[in-house]
Design a protein around this ligand. Structure first.
Ligand code: UD1
Length: 414
């Protein structure tokens, strides 16, 4: 895998455009399986995860054409293929095809996802929901098989507001017979974007963006055009990168409403921000102080920005406490940050970060967001940082090094 070589200590300044959201595009691409006609999805980011999702859709019989950031997808008759261990391991979000495929073909066979760097990642909530909707779900030999005639509406309470389970169940319910109610549903903007897409295809999804979503099943969904929302996690990552280098930049093509928890924390750290309708100015010329965070489902502070935030706090003034409540093992970046001189004590799901002067070192990206955190630390550190295995980073940020370099960073790709 490639490495980034970062010469730290250069303030980031200028302007940057944010791409379409990876986590919104993935379920929307999966939902095209539900349409009887062609869908045209635009503002799709150019990422390995998206490429892998498109490969999976092709294997399921979809015809896909890509023009710049727009994907024309035609999948009127998907086949129920086996999703192997390799497929699911390569793209965790491949579980998102389970809901639409089960609803459309009446049968799925999918490898149980294993654990990953950030936790066990079970899918029990997805499966319980399918069972409530009338599917016969069995597990054996590392695979999950589910079968049904036509799914029916159900009242489903999620023990945790899982993003993936909410998306899978909305997709399955949209063409089920009758009405489904999802209680304690996830309320992330990516869920609302998916619901808007399904509604544009002729679906009837109400209440997305709240914890109570009602889906009236329809007989069929038609093809349509749709644009993916900007990536709030990418925007937050750039904002923290600017803040960590005492820089000043305009982050364009964002929905500032989605950035509320990020803006609140930046302000608490003494970083000036100005939110316009579609852009955010971040001015950290006076450096960043510290503030505590606790990751929570939306609209709380996003777990996907915990590693970038810890990196920012590692080089900030003062001491902060970071509590990770969403994933049980999401502190893999901390030992790597320690190699760069960060002073962080971890006790269970809590990290106490004492800001200090970071120094460049050789470190390894263990997963996507951990890798983004190391880049932020490297941009701020004194001297040279070498980050290995940056392929993880490129799963979620397109041209990350090049775009940071356009803001005055000095990152060489090897
Ligand atoms: C999505 C995002 C990921 C983000 C996460 C939480 C995508 C492609 N990925 O992942 O970037 O970090 O939301 O915001 O959108 N859980 C269960 N049982 C289940 C499902 C989940 O116990 O059946 C638990 C998980 O182990 C985890 C928590 O619920 O502790 C949140 O997971 P979930 O919201 O499902 O995350 P994903 O949809 O996988």
């Amino acid at each position: 895998m490639k490495s980034y070589i970062i010469k730290g200590g250069r303030a980031l300044y200028g302007s940057i455009d944010i791409n379409g959201s990876k986590n919104a595009a993935l379920p929307i691409l999966a939902a095209t399986l539900l349409a009887d006609g062609e869908c045209k999805i635009s503002n799709v980011p150019d990422l390995t995860d998206i490429k892998n999702m498109c490969e999976l859709l092709s294997c399921l019989g979809c015809e896909i054409e890509k023009r710049y950031d727009t994907y024309e997808i035609f999948c009127s008759n998907p086949k129920s293929d086996i999703m192997s261990y390799e497929t699911v391991n390569k793209l965790r979000a491949s579980i998102l095809v389970a809901g639409p495929l089960l609803a459309k073909t009446g049968k799925i066979r999918i490898s149980m996802p294993g654990g990953c760097q950030i936790g066990a990642r079970p899918i029990d909530l997805h499966l319980k929901g399918f069972t409530s909707m009338g599917a016969n779900v069995n597990q054996g030999h590392g695979y999950i098989e589910a079968e049904c005639q036509r799914l029916h509406g159900a009242k489903i309470y999620l023990d945790f507001p899982s993003v993936g389970a909410t998306e899978n169940l909305i997709m399955a319910a949209s063409v089920a017979k009758g009405t489904t109610i999802i209680e304690n549903a996830a309320a992330e903007p990516e869920i609302t974007n998916l619901a808007d897409f399904i509604n544009k295809m002729g679906g009837k999804v109400y209440g997305a963006g709240t914890d109570n979503i009602t889906i009236e099943g329809v007989e069929a969904l038609k093809g349509t055009d749709f644009s993916v929302i900007p990536d709030r996690i990418e925007a937050g990552t750039f904002a923290f990168a600017v803040a960590s280098t005492k820089g000043c930049a305009i982050i364009n093509n964002v929905i500032t409403e989605h950035l509320k928890p990020i803006i609140a924390k930046l302000n608490e750290c003494g970083v000036y921000t100005k939110a316009n309708e579609n852009s955010l100015i971040v001015d950290a010329s006076n450096g960043a102080g510290s503030a505590d965070i606790k990751t929570m489902p939306y609209p709380g502070f996003p777990t996907d920005l915990q590693a970038p935030y810890v990196a920012l706090m590692s080089g900030a003034r003062g001491t902060s406490m970071v509590v990770e409540t969403v994933f049980e093992n999401r502190f893999m970046h901390i030992p790597e940050l320690g190699r760069m001189g960060a002073s962080i004590k971890v006790d269970g799901r809590t990290a106490v970060v004492e800001g200090t002067n970071l120094t460049g070192a050789k470190v390894k990206a263990t997963d996507l967001r951990a890798g983004a955190g190391l880049v932020i630390a490297g941009l701020n550190a004194y001297g040279e940082t070498v980050i290995e295995d940056v392929g993880h980073i490129e799963r979620g940020y397109s041209n990350f090094a090049e775009r940071l370099n356009s803001l005055n960073a000095d990152i060489h790709i090897q």
